[in-house]
Write a protein that binds this ligand. Sequence first.
Ligand code: ZN
Length: 342
Amino acid sequence: MLFRPTVAGSLPKPGWLAETEKLWPKWRLEGEALDRAKRDAALIWIKEQEDAGIEIVSDGEQFRTHFVHGFLEHVDGIDWDLKTPMGIRNNRYTVEVPTVTGKLSRKRPVHRDEAAFCRAHTRKGLKFTLPGPMTICDTIADAHYGKRADMAMAFAELLNDEAKELEAAGCDTIQFDEPAFNVFMDEVGEWGIAALERAAEGLKCTTAVHICYGYGIEANIKWKETLGSEWRQYEAIFPALNESRIDQVSLECANSRVPISLIGLLSKKDLLIGAIDVASTTVETAQDVANVLKAATEFADPERIYPCTNCGLAPLTRDVASAKLRALGAGADLIRTELGRS
Ligand code: ZN
């Protein structure tokens, strides 16, 4: 099938599981009840994605509160009480972050059992997302490694162990989220891609990297306003990414000021074309989605295009997120019809 829809990753948590419409929600349950509730929530979203026509589904990140810290909670070498103020994404916003104070090691598999659970409940393609090494390093302070590149490589080794277990648990796609790639363009070439490839080393499943302009939170919306009439950050990193061993690149295209022609720089990659705006509660029509995909076909063969969301839908309401998933599936159907391809 052409234009197989997928999602960037996160979906809203149901109100009985966690606080809603928040990026850093608190769980409403604990212990065994929490574990069960996370699984129930993942099941709901797998079903919703299947009903919407999503062909490569995710767990909606129902098992973690935040895409970076959900992994870091299971890593030794981090002092969670030693908070360091950090200007995240090159000072876009400041957060008190935990600090790396010793050699990093994974305490145990983080998401393996969760991936196996999801695998047991869908015949669709299954994607699991992990934070990318550069983005992790931009979300935690370093008082041990001295160089960001060295700390990134240490995280990449842990991520690689995790990714291999997720693959063994039945995941078809493992995606690393690297929104920091749009911010530290020089470092991407210097060490970002090397760390990413280390994280994906030896995987036989499909590998992806998600590079967006962030969730639709106020700090990101303000930042986007400073980027001018054309966003060309992708242009600086695509040539090196095109030569990397990563199979797929997930991009923000809906309502963004990214010139779609830039995808021409990724001639060797599958493209996850973001056709759903996560910063707006307005639900796209199927035609809106199809229009974004059609524009992409001018610069990439349909065989390489996967309809996707710009970023995770986590901060939205459940109803809006569900409707956006259905729009994505309907838009993929429509573009197939319009192009006379199936
Ligand atoms: Zn994103």
